[in-house]
Structure formats: structure tokens, C-alpha cells
Design a protein around this ligand. Structure first.
Ligand SMILES: Cc1cc2nc3c(=O)[nH]c(=O)nc-3n(C[C@H](O)[C@H](O)[C@H](O)COP(=O)(O)O)c2cc1C
Length: 253
């Protein structure tokens, strides 16, 4: 069961007693007097979800490929390496993992456009891209990353077929809310998803370039050029944004 949660993670099944030793799968950071979840007197549902959210969620794509391997076993007890063991409804959290790791992006054309904008200049570009991508049949959503809504943004990232990110440049850098947002990407399974970057700037325009580099480092496939406009986008630059939407659509496929 690779990447549940390390590359070499291996679950084992004790046939005689029907015990699945599931390593980090279905685990919880919970230390109780009893080894049995049904005697723990704790909110085990929450603890198992919390462990999944914090530890396992970045590997959702691997987990959903591994879970069907458990279908063939007559499991009577699930014994993770952290937290209590499950003997009542032993498949409860296997089923929960199936639900949590389902590919939420499959068959959808949902493309959130995450942006930050101090004076509305990057926002103007975002609106043009939003309209352009909608014309290509994408289900887009403009998402201001201020304030950082961690749980919602993680959900949106998982639902996304691809993402578009806009940042202005301040002091030769992308702005902090965008870096905070980018920090969420590694907390969900985004490997191989496509992305495009844009932003308004005054002179150097380093923000968009740095975001592109970061996304590539996170193993997303990023459109090889970004969209930049100087300060308040001119009519010409807004026309360029419409063209950029066409290029994004061709790239996202
Ligand atoms: C304090 C300050 C620092 C800035 N630093 C840069 C910079 O280093 N490089 C650059 O290209 N533009 C810089 N700009 C220009 C902004 O990127 C520009 O105003 C942009 O249009 C802002 O976009 P927004 O309205 O989406 O925030 C700076 C602007 C301000 C006010």
C-alpha cells in the first residue's frame, strides 16, 4: 500500500484472526487506557478524520488506488500503528477513507481563480480570465485569498481540474496572502494538476514568475508563460487577458 503514507508503507493481514495491521492508515493521534476504539470514550470519528486531514490527505490520490486492495479480505479488526483498534464496524474507516479520497475533480471542469489584489488591478485581470474561461465551458470561480479560509480553500483545490493564480508584485515578490495560500497546496493531493499564473505589476513583475516557480516545485504543470499587466491594465492589456484565457483553455484541455 505505497504512500499510505510513506513510499514503503506495507499493510499486513493476519489471516487466522482477520486482523489488518494498517500502519498509518485509519490511524489517530489518540492515546487511551484501552486499546479498543469502542471503549475509548473519545470522539474517535473526529480523531480519525483529523489524522487523515493532517497526515494522509496529501496522499489522497495514492490512497484511493490502494483501498480496493482491502476489499478481498475478511477483516475483523483494523489495527493501525497509532491510536485505538477497531473491532466494531471494522470497515467503518476504510469506507470513510474511500469517501474522503474520492476524486472530486473527475468529470468536472471546475477552475477556481485564486487572487490577491490591493488596488484592484490584478482583480481586473482575474475578472477577464473568469469571463474568458467561462466562454470555453469552464465552471470558474473568483476566489479572493484574503482572508485565508483554510478548510474551504483545501476543498476547492481538491475539486479543481486546474487552478489559476493571480498576484501583484510588491517589493520584488508575490504578496504574503498568496504565499500563505500556496502553502496549502502541499496539504492536499495536487500532483500533476495544471495551473496558470497572472498579475499586475509596476516594473519588475517578479511576483508572477516566483509563483510559477513555486507551483512547478510543487509538481503542478504550469503554463510556460504568464500574463502580466502594468498597474491599471490598459485596453490593450485587457485584450491580452482575453487571449490569455484562450491559451489557458487550450493548455488545460
Ligand atoms: C509599496 C509598493 C511596492 C511595489 N513594489 C513593486 C515591485 O517591487 N515590483 C513591481 O513590479 N511593482 C511593484 N509595485 C507596483 C504594484 O505591483 C502595482 O501597483 C500593481 O498594479 C498592484 O496590483 P494590485 O492592485 O492587484 O495590488 C509596488 C507598489 C507599491 C505600492
Amino acid at each position: 500500500t505505497p504512500y499510505m503514507h510513506w513510499p514503503d508503507t506495507m499493510m499486513e493481514f493476519l489471516v487466522e484472526d482477520g486482523v489488518l495491521f494498517s500502519c498509518d492508515g485509519f490511524a489517530a493521534h489518540l492515546c487511551t487506557e484501552t486499546i479498543w476504539a469502542d471503549e475509548a470514550g473519545e470522539d474517535v470519528d473526529h480523531e480519525v478524520w483529523y489524522y487523515y486531514d493532517a497526515i494522509m490527505r496529501p496522499f489522497a490520490g495514492y490512497i484511493r488506488r490502494n483501498l480496493p486492495k482491502l476489499d478481498e479480505f475478511d477483516i475483523k479488526v483494523v489495527a493501525p500503528s497509532h491510536g485505538p483498534l477497531f473491532r466494531k464496524e471494522p470497515r467503518k474507516y476504510i469506507d470513510a477513507y474511500k469517501e474522503w479520497t474520492v476524486d472530486k475533480a473527475a468529470g468536472k471542469k471546475y477552475v477556481p481563480i485564486f487572487y490577491a489584489s490591493n488596488y484592484g488591478n490584478t482583480r481586473r485581470l482575474a475578472e477577464s480570465l473568469d469571463a474568458g474561461l467561462k466562454r470555453h465551458g469552464y465552471d470558474t470561480e473568483l476566489v479572493n485569498v484574503v482572508p485565508l479560509d483554510v478548510d474551504r480553500f483545501k476543498e476547492l483545490l481538491e475539486r479543481a481540474q486546474a487552478i489559476v493564480i493571480g498576484t501583484p508584485t510588491f517589493n520584488g515578490d508575490a504578496v504574503k496572502p498568496i504565499w500563505d495560500f500556496l502553502n496549502l497546496i502541499s496539504t492536499v493531493y495536487m500532483i500533476g494538476k495544471k495551473a496558470a499564473v497572472f498579475g499586475s505589476h509596476g516594473w519588475g513583475g517578479e511576483g508572477a514568475k516566483l509563483v510559477t516557480q513555486r507551483l512547478s516545485g510543487l509538481k503542478l504543470k504550469v503554463l510556460d508563460h504568464d500574463l502580466r499587466a502594468r498597474l491599471i491594465p490598459s485596453d490593450e492589456e485587457m485584450a491580452g487577458a482575453a487571449t490569455f484565457a484562450d491559451e489557458i483553455a487550450a493548455f488545460f484541455g
